[in-house]
Write a protein that binds this ligand. Structure first.
Ligand SMILES: *[C@@H]1O[C@H](CO)[C@@H](O)[C@H](O)[C@H]1NC(C)=O
Ligand SMILES: *[C@@H]1O[C@H](CO)[C@@H](O)[C@H](O)[C@H]1NC(C)=O
Ligand SMILES: *[C@@H]1O[C@H](CO)[C@@H](O)[C@H](O)[C@H]1NC(C)=O
Ligand SMILES: *[C@@H]1O[C@H](CO)[C@@H](O)[C@H](O)[C@H]1NC(C)=O
Length: 362
């Protein structure tokens, strides 16, 4: 039994109201469904994929990051900004049981967590060392905007990079570690300022590369309205950067809601910037590839999935904005602030999850 609904692209091509009239999308409250825009979506998700809502809370516990820790079989998610006093939590969701219990944590050096990823410090063996985590900390009016390393197994944390050669960042947004060089690649954006907890920005929106073993830090790409999500293709030859420029203090629909692709040269530089995809609803925010090179990104009505050529294959539709999502073994979790959703029995494997944890790559 498939739970996937087909979208008839030729019917949609002729009728702009077709999508809103599908029973799966014509809903009065957020609800999850799997929508195929292309037959290949069945192969990506697998025929047994099933989607449901997990949590519906009175506060925004499920916003960003989404880092799977194998040791405690838990997913670490950043909550959304609330107040300067009630700083952003890390919401830890246990995958040990299918009701996914959670608790909220704060780490001492982490003021306003946003994007995060697994982190192997210089010299660590990927085979034996449980990975640490590294978060983008957007900072506030006192704390530096920075990168912070968290050890989820000891509840300790420490700053990794607090500035660019003495110059402050605005609000680092999302982050990946290059699996061969160990370099940290991250974006910087204005969202702390837009959310009223950071001063006015004084630098362009850029992508940075940082070497944790030497301290070398450099800008590898600029020219974004709001550089946001960052991800490598599984062959590490392509880097994807999402531009959420259409979300500033308010919505600016004429600004980018766009994923750009770059060639990665010598594992160190980005060249040949080109458009990869533009989202039909909202803006592509958090981004992850699966091990087949398909590109998944959180958008205005859920999670969108494109093949490596930039053709939209399908959506995990929730009827409201998602800022990020996470692959876990056999599962995909979708975050929409107050709500957490899961797709279970998923065939696709996350590039990082598969690579970092060796969880049965298909
Ligand atoms: C959605 O469903 C309602 C009631 O079932 C219907 O009246 C409406 O025309 C449908 N389409 C849209 C776009 O709301
Ligand atoms: C942090 O978590 C606590 C306890 O779960 C909750 O009461 C509080 O509202 C949360 N704050 C934020 C900013 O998520
Ligand atoms: C850089 O950030 C720190 C920590 O928030 C702040 O004290 C300092 O004034 C900032 N420097 C500039 C030039 O804005
Ligand atoms: C870390 O914090 C969590 C939640 O507060 C707690 O359950 C756990 O025992 C702590 N671990 C260590 C090593 O202190």
């Amino acid at each position: 039994m498939s739970h996937i609904v087909n979208v008839d692209l030729l019917a949609l091509a002729r009728d702009a109201t077709y999508f809103a009239n599908l029973p799966a999308t014509n809903i009065t409250a957020p609800a999850i469904s799997l929508l195929a825009y292309h037959d290949d979506f069945y192969d990506v998700l697998g025929r047994d994929a099933k989607a449901r809502k997990v949590w519906d809370l009175p506060w925004s516990a499920f916003h960003e990051a989404g880092v799977y820790n194998k040791k405690d079989n838990s997913l670490y998610i950043a909550s959304n900004y609330h107040t300067l006093e009630d700083t952003i939590n890390v919401t830890v969701v246990s995958l040990d049981s299918d009701d996914y219990p959670f608790h909220s944590m704060k780490f001492p050096d982490l003021a306003m967590a946003n994007g995060g990823t697994n982190y192997y410090p210089p010299g660590a063996s990927r085979d034996q060392t449980p990975p640490l985590q590294v978060y983008c900390d957007e900072g506030d009016f006192e704390n530096y905007a920075k990168l912070v390393v968290v050890d989820p197994n000891t509840n300790t944390s420490k700053p990794l990079l607090t500035n660019f050669l003495g110059r402050n960042f605005s609000s680092p947004n999302d982050i990946r570690q290059h699996p061969i060089t160990g370099d940290i690649w991250f974006t910087d954006a204005d969202y702390g300022y837009f959310q009223h907890f950071r001063p006015q920005p004084t630098q362009p929106k850029q992508v940075y590369r940082f070497e944790p073993d030497t301290g070398i830090v450099q800008v590898v790409a600029d020219g974004f309205v709001e550089s946001n999500g960052f991800e490598f293709s599984p062959d590490l030859k392509t880097a994807y950067v999402t531009d959420t420029g259409s979300q500033q203090f308010g919505k600016v629909p004429t600004a980018p809601s766009t994923i750009y692709a770059f060639d990665v040269v010598d594992h160190k530089r980005l060249v040949n910037r080109r458009i990869f995809a533009w989202a039909d609803t909202g803006f592509p925010d958090g981004i992850h590839c699966d091990t087949e090179g398909n590109v998944w990104s959180s958008c205005g009505d859920g999670l969108h999935v494109w093949n490596p050529q930039g053709i939209l294959l399908g959506k995990v539709f929730i009827g409201e904005m998602s800022n990020n999502f996470a692959f876990a073994p056999g599962k995909v979790f979708v975050f929409s602030n107050t709500r957490l959703w899961v797709v279970e029995n998923v065939k696709a494997q996350g590039r990082e999850v598969c690579q970092d944890f060796g969880v049965g790559c298909h």
